[in-house]
Write a protein that binds this ligand. Sequence first.
Ligand SMILES: C[S@@+](CC[C@H](N)C(=O)[O-])C[C@H]1O[C@@H](n2cnc3c(N)ncnc32)[C@H](O)[C@@H]1O
Length: 294
Amino acid sequence: MQSLLTMLKSWVRAVLDLPYLLADVLFLARDKRRVLRTRNILRVPHLPQRRGGKRAYGEWCHVTGIFQTLLHAHLPRPTDNCILDAGCGTGLLALAAEPWLGDHGRYVGLDVSERDLAFCRRHFREPHFEFVHLPIYNQQYAAGQARDRVRWPVADAAFDMVTALSVWTHLNEDDAVFYFKEIDRVLRPGGAALITFFVLDDAYQQSLPLRTDRVARYHTTDKRWWVFDKPCSQSGAWLCPTWAACPEVAVGVTPPGLALLTAGTALRVERIYPGNWKEQPGVYFQDVVLLRKR
Ligand SMILES: C[S@@+](CC[C@H](N)C(=O)[O-])C[C@H]1O[C@@H](n2cnc3c(N)ncnc32)[C@H](O)[C@@H]1O
């Protein structure tokens, strides 16, 4: 009964989305002719390919700009940079990275979703873009793939920057720790990583009454309020919202969890750009953690 209801709801949602789908096609066709100063957003895809929790056209452009700026601030040089994007999805960060690649740099996108990578390969055809499939398990995104963890198929110390936008917020503790070691391996000494998280720190604790109040006031368990109240790892440092069926739906990490991630690596947290999900002004929605390899 429950699954029938869920199916019905998603059908209704799809039908209600049809006018938006059509408007998106018509609007983008006209709008892109008026873009004069921001070349890379000409490649923002249509609605069906705008995923990763950011569906509105305006939001894709906005987030692209944020990460283009963060990359500029933390890359070692103005051009010819090598950037690895873990969990690239349909390529939002490929757009943000593009201005910094030049003739001798490269962007490599990794993902567990063959479908998203197939789109990226069609959409980003220049030789400095490469997209690589990871045939590994993620309960939310690739439940049918093998449970083995694999080393990323790239050389040691080959990248100036590793990015992951809304990816460590979908990894269980064991995967999160394993793939953090991969970040450490593939970065050059002095290289940096920009990884987004829900960091469950003091600011989060202080924001809790506000969000739990809202949940009570509106009699809703609406996901937008992001209350991470269910421990979901051996260490207790990773927590999910109660509504999440598994950590891979949405997971937050405590500061001791962040320390577990960097333990035994040459990575150090250099700065945290707090996210606006904690009811405070933020650079982005999730917290952006800047790490540096010594
Ligand atoms: C919320 S989406 C974000 C996509 C993209 N970064 C963006 O912001 O548009 C999470 C992405 O992580 C990918 N993913 C999940 N587990 C992964 C893993 N272990 N390694 C690489 N990618 C993974 C998913 O397939 C999905 O594309």
